[in-house]
Write a protein that binds this ligand. Structure first.
Ligand code: HEM
Length: 419
């Protein structure tokens, strides 16, 4: 390999295009950490014996996620379908015109300008506080710090800022830990279900209702005020808050941990990160998300027959079929990301039009994550402070488990220490 992974800017190193192959001498740690299974290569789209379509090719995934003829089928969509028809659905489960309108009206909370103007100060204050706490305690569990940071920032955007008691993150965490198939008459499943219901009731009474009350008196620039103005009922605002909680809080929490893990294990990458300009740092973080997508699968159901181009031919997905988009595989499609797709390689050249460095780490099409800039900026602000600490090291690498709701990894008990 022609060049080491150095702290030189990516632009000054040889790139894929000058050498025809990856310019980085990959550090032994610079490989994927979180994948649950190894994905087959060269099978961009396949229908299994149960009739479920498995999509692993980038081109095929893009066509499906951008098609107007699909609907959301992940994130407990089967529970949402049991809600009364007249109810306003959370944004993640809306389709067509109502979804477009909702995205348009809430886009103002998520533009880079709005995020920097409205939430940057909070991100900095919280990061300062967490890093100072770590300095005085000399050790900390990063999985707790990342949860607290992600919850506080998302709560500000949503408008969950009038809680009657601390501990909102715990109330949400218990609910999200419920398995999607938990609704059964088995005693253990029932107990878990009731516990989840109790937590959701507590979340409503202690966090959501006081926030709604305060905003009915005086609207603010946040999601709850927007929903009140749209005439949403309290129960509808609650389900939207739960959706944002899952979409914005638990995802960002895991991402902060996985990014820290990679950067702490690779001193040259950490050194480069600390001196790199913002755009390069953000691209580095997105490359980590490409390799370690927090949402591992996106599910859709075809609402009409879909014609998908694949390998120069056409595949027909019939109306009503379930589609499983395997994000780990899509993000490692060599046709787009080049060679060594399972290695961390910031600055890799991408071979497709208008593709983000995280490829589909934030999804694609109509439902693509509106909070991507929030997540990247928040992680960056925290990591610049954290990684600058002299003597910071991993005391105990995190345990890895799987969350069925977001179909993604969970990193827990991630102990950091200061020498
Ligand atoms: C690293 C952190 C994050 C990751 C990996 C992530 C990932 C994703 C993905 C993959 C989707 C698409 C779901 C689909 O197509 O079915 C999505 C949607 C969404 N995300 Fe994020 N997200 C993150 C952070 C955030 C943040 C910070 C917020 C808000 C505060 C947020 C709010 C949302 C919302 C509201 C949706 C639904 C959009 C829609 O259906 O139109 N996300 N996210």
């Amino acid at each position: 390999m022609p060049a080491e992974l150095t702290s030189a800017p990516v632009s000054e190193r040889e790139t894929h295009s000058t050498t025809g192959r990856c310019p980085i001498d990959h550090h032994p740690y610079a490989v994927q950490k979180t994948a649950r299974t190894s994905e087959p290569v060269g099978v961009p789209i396949l229908r299994d014996a149960e009739g479920v379509w498995h999509v692993r090719g980038h081109e095929e995934a893009r066509a499906i996620l951008r098609s107007p003829d699909t609907k959301q089928s992940g994130f407990k969509a089967e529970l949402i379908e049991r809600l009364p028809r007249a109810m306003n659905l959370p944004i993640l489960y809306q389709e067509g015109k109502p979804h477009q309108q909702q995205r348009k009206q809430t886009a103002r909370f998520f533009t880079p300008k709005a995020v920097s103007a409205n939430y940057r100060r909070l991100m900095e204050t919280l990061s300062d506080q967490f890093v100072a706490d770590l300095q005085s305690a000399r050790r900390a569990d990063l999985s707790r710090l990342s949860l607290a940071l992600a919850v506080r920032v998302a709560a500000e955007i949503i408008g969950l800022t009038n809680s009657r008691r601390p501990g909102m993150e715990k109330r949400l965490a218990v609910f999200f830990a419920m398995e999607p198939g938990d609704l059964s008459w088995r005693p253990s499943a029932l107990l878990r279900y009731l516990r989840g219901q109790t937590q959701i009731a507590a979340f409503y009474l202690l966090d959501v209702r006081p926030a709604i009350k305060a905003r009915r008196r005086q609207p603010r620039e946040d999601v709850i005020s927007h929903l009140i103005a749209q005439g949403y009922r309290d129960s509808e605002i609650l389900t939207e808050c739960v959706t944002y909680g899952a979409a914005g809080m638990i995802t960002t929490r895991e991402f902060i941990s996985v990014a820290t893990w990679h950067l702490l294990e690779q001193p040259a990458l950490r050194a480069r990160y600390l001196v790199a300009p913002e755009a390069e740092r953000h691209a580095m973080l997105e490359e980590i998300l490409r390799l370690e997508p927090v949402v591992g699968h996106l599910y859709r159901r075809a609402t009409a027959d879909l014609q998908i181009e694949s390998n120069g031919g056409q595949v027909t997905i019939a109306e009503g079929d379930l589609i499983d988009v395997h994000i780990y595989a899509v993000n490692a499609d060599e046709a787009v990301v080049g060679e060594q797709p399972l290695a961390l390689c910031p600055g890799r050249e991408l071979h497709a039009d208008r593709v983000a460095p995280s490829v589909m780490g934030f999804g694609d099409g109509q439902h693509r994550c509106p909070g991507s800039y929030v997540a990247i900026q928040e992680t960056d602000i925290f990591l610049r402070l954290l990684l600058a600490l002299d003597g910071l090291r991993i005391e105990c690498a995190p345990t890895l488990s799987w969350n069925e709701l977001v179909t993604g990894y969970e990193l827990r008990d991630f102990m950091l220490a200061l020498d």
